[in-house]
Write a protein that binds this ligand. Structure first.
Ligand code: ZN
Ligand code: ZN
Ligand code: FE
Length: 749
């Protein structure tokens, strides 16, 4: 008789909530192996007993045939004594406080579920909450780990006998699908004219038909989705989009679109292979792509912007909105300006002034998440906002780190917890400028500390004394580690690239507090996790007016012009468009240094050039002046203005004089913009040559400028440098907390 052996397998990685246990069950039974599989807080434990050859095959196929959404990080195998077990079983979950479990992100509807709810003969026909082991809500409904139905917001919906049978059948696609539901037992929709008040119960099919009619007639509907509310309207109805824009008081910032399918996306945008892969990925981010000219999409979707942000439907509810001829919907976050996304039915009233109708459902959203945003560069999606579908998936650090909390920056805040060899970034929290956003921060921190069983030993924070994230950290009863903003940007880029040796970090952004109390943002740092040496930066320029200057780039332009020309300013058309009294006021303020700060910010330089070229004198969203300047840049220009590097300072005065000269000679803005971008790219290479390191890391929000990014990367590679870029976390301040965390981890050693 053949010898029977028994082994224990400890599997770590994304193995919960992705159909891993039924897969193990099927694999084990097909190989006539006995034993059990069990979800634990730390991952999945398997014991198998049987013939050695079958066990060897099991271990191999566990990796090679794992379900599409699973990813095995580690697999440890131990020998046990056989105990004569005959059957294979799925055991109930046990919680182990000390271990690390992956909390799966939310996953877009799979094709098989799509077939189910489109089939009139299926019991889930038109059911908007259809899901299975391979798809559906996860992070947004999980209340605690291990991930099991009683610990989700689905616990209040007892399964009907048919759903329960699917849930219990290891051969079924819905075996242990925690959010499993059907029209008989699961969540349902309610459409109401005013927020909060429930309407008479109708079947989901007819409710959705009503919603489609409302959207087609130009109404704005607040729709509760997966991670919160959207405000939706027909993107091909110009009046509706303008109405929404007016109500949201978001004068020019682009609205995201949800589009029926890939074929329609291609009518509206120029879609690359990488874009297609990103659009159809189960994470379903918003993908930024160049828009086509002259389409039926309302211009009010993204005024002054060459790009549009598009996502495909990612829940059955969304998918079912696109019948009856609707092809493209504006789907912008349902929030009051600057506040976090609304997610609870009780709070829907906040959107009363924005929406005409409300489509609610009764499945609670435990954790709010906004849509994620990516843009593809060199065939890879680059994160701009990391949220739904990605958070809270851990980022592998490649080394063990102490448990720390990093509270991030102010704008586009995320925070970061570390545990073991992982960094866990929160979803996009938003601009930490008000109480509501701070509450969202604290609420999410509470969830994540519990889910991942993290008790931070120290807290890392930005040096800016005014940031709410900094104030929050300073109030904690933990050792505190202040991290310079641009050092954090560079460490963040290093961390996601698993590079620990010293690099030349190029950190270009709008604002970051410097160690000298000035506002930095055009920085060249020789950096590793531990330290940095600021080897070069843009020469300081006085900026009068603080925050007002950020909203009014013409003020910044005055600062740069004054540096370049002294008190006799050139006769530029843009100056004629600003009130003379205001100009005198800013000049006096600058001279007397009233409310004036020195800044080396690269973002401000872009603002200044944009205003000097009369592209944008006043901005109504962050980065607008720079974005519009980039959009104007002509392609195929290699000429560049001169930026002078001397003793570690980059002098912008000759550049400003040359631009003013070109403008006075009537040169095209397209050409000036290209020559300006090229100048910044060239100076990066010049500093890199003087630094003497092979690796250059590019970070900071300015590198979301694709013209600059493309040029800089090309020139650096031509000159023989290895370039590190972001993709897993944003180059903007959304990635800051990761850098803070790895720096703090290093300092704690
Ligand atoms: Zn499915
Ligand atoms: Zn059911
Ligand atoms: Fe920054």
């Amino acid at each position: 008789m053949r010898e029977v052996i028994r082994k224990r397998l400890e599997v770590r990685g994304t193995v919960q909530g992705v159909g891993f246990r039924p897969f193990v069950y099927r694999l084990a039974t097909s190989l006539s192996l006995a034993g059990y599989v069990l979800n634990e807080s730390g991952g999945v434990t398997i014991e198998i007993e049987g013939a050695e050859i079958a066990i060897t095959s099991f271990v191999r196929r566990l990796r090679s045939e794992a379900p599409p959404l699973a990813s095995i990080e580690t697999l440890d195998v131990h020998d046990l004594a056989s105990c004569g077990e005959r059957e294979f079983a799925i055991h109930h979950s046990v919680a182990d406080e000390s271990k690390f479990a992956m909390v799966p992100p939310d996953i877009a509807t799979c094709d098989e579920c799509g077939v189910d709810y489109h089939d009139p003969a299926n019991r889930r026909y038109l059911y908007p909450f259809t899901n299975c082991t391979n798809c559906g809500p996860r992070y947004t409904i999980i209340q605690d780990i291990p991930y099991d139905r009683p610990k989700t917001t689905m616990s209040v919906f007892p399964m009907c006998s048919q759903c329960q049978a699917e849930y219990d059948d290891p051969g079924n696609r819905r075996f242990h699908a925690q959010p499993n539901a059907c029209p008989v037992c699961g969540p349902s929709l309610v459409l109401s004219a005013a927020a909060g008040g429930p309407a008479a119960g109708v079947s989901p099919g007819s409710t959705l038909a009503q919603v489609r009619q409302l959207l087609k007639s130009g109404k704005i509907v607040a729709i509760k989705g997966l991670g919160g509310f959207h405000l939706a309207c027909d993107a091909e109805n110009d009046a509706a989009v303008r109405l929404l824009r007016g109500r949201k008081r978001r004068s020019d910032k682009a609205f995201a679109l949800m589009i029926r399918d890939l074929a329609v996306v291609e009518q509206f945008a120029i879609v690359t292979g990488a874009d297609k892969a990103a659009l159809t990925n189960p994470r379903r981010p918003i993908v930024l792509m160049p828009r086509r000219e002259g389409t039926t999409i309302s211009d009010a979707v993204a005024p002054g912007n060459r790009n549009i942000g598009v996502m495909l439907p990612y829940t059955p509810l969304h998918d079912l909105l696109f019948e009856d001829g609707i092809r493209a919907l504006v789907m912008t976050s349902g929030n009051l300006s600057e506040e976090p996304i609304v997610s609870r039915n009780e709070d829907a009233g906040k959107l009363a002034g924005l929406a005409d109708h409300f489509l609610l459902h009764n499945r609670d959203i435990q954790t709010r998440v906004d849509d994620s945003v990516v843009r593809c560069f060199e065939d890879r999606p680059r994160m701009i906002r990391r949220s739904r579908g990605y958070a809270p998936e851990p980022i592998e650090l490649g080394h063990d780190a102490a448990e720390v909390l990093a509270t991030g920056g102010e704008l586009k805040n995320t925070f970061c917890l570390t545990k073991g060899a992982y960094a866990i970034l929160s979803q996009h929290i938003g601009d930490l400028e008000n109480l509501e956003t701070l509450e969202f921060f604290e609420e999410t921190l509470g969830h994540m500390k519990r889910f991942f069983r993290v008790e931070p030993r120290a807290v890392a924070y930005d040096l800016h004394p005014g940031y709410l994230s900094t104030k929050f950290a300073l109030k904690m009863d933990l050792p505190k580690i202040g991290v310079q903003h641009h050092h954090a940007h560079i460490a963040s880029c290093m961390a996601e690239n698993h590079v620990r040796e010293k690099v030349l970090g190029v950190a270009f952004d709008g604002t970051g507090y410097g160690t000298d109390g000035k506002i930095w943002g055009g920085e060249f740092l020789l950096a590793d996790y531990k330290n940095f040496d600021r080897i070069a930066h843009f020469k300081y320029v006085p900026m009068a007016g603080g925050d007002a200057a950020v909203r009014e780039p013409w003020r910044i332009a005055l600062g740069y012009l004054r540096e370049a020309f002294g008190s006799t300013l050139p006769d530029l058309p843009m100056l004629a468009r600003v009130d003379e009294k205001k100009i005198r006021f800013v000049q006096t303020a600058t001279e007397k240094r009233i409310n004036t700060v020195d800044t080396s910010s690269c973002g401000r330089l872009f603002d200044a050039v944009s205003a000097i070229c009369d592209v944008r004198l006043e901005a109504n969203y962050e980065g607008q002046a720079a974005i519009e300047l980039e959009n104007r840049a002509a392609a195929g220009i290699d000429d560049a203005y001169a930026l002078e590097l001397e003793a570690g300072e980059i002098d912008t005065r000759p550049l400003i004089r040359a631009i003013a000269g070109d403008l006075l000679r009537g040169a095209e803005v397209a050409l000036i913009s290209a020559k300006f971008h090229n100048a910044v790219a060239r100076v990066i290479v010049e500093v890199a040559r003087s630094a003497g390191l092979k690796r250059v890391a590019l970070s900071g929000g300015t590198f979301q400028n694709f013209y600059l990014l493309t040029r800089s990367v090309a020139l650096l590679r031509q000159a023989g440098f290895e370039v590190l870029l972001h993709s897993t976390v944003p180059a903007n301040d959304g990635g800051l907390s990761l850098g803070q965390a790895v720096i703090a981890g290093e300092k704690l050693k």
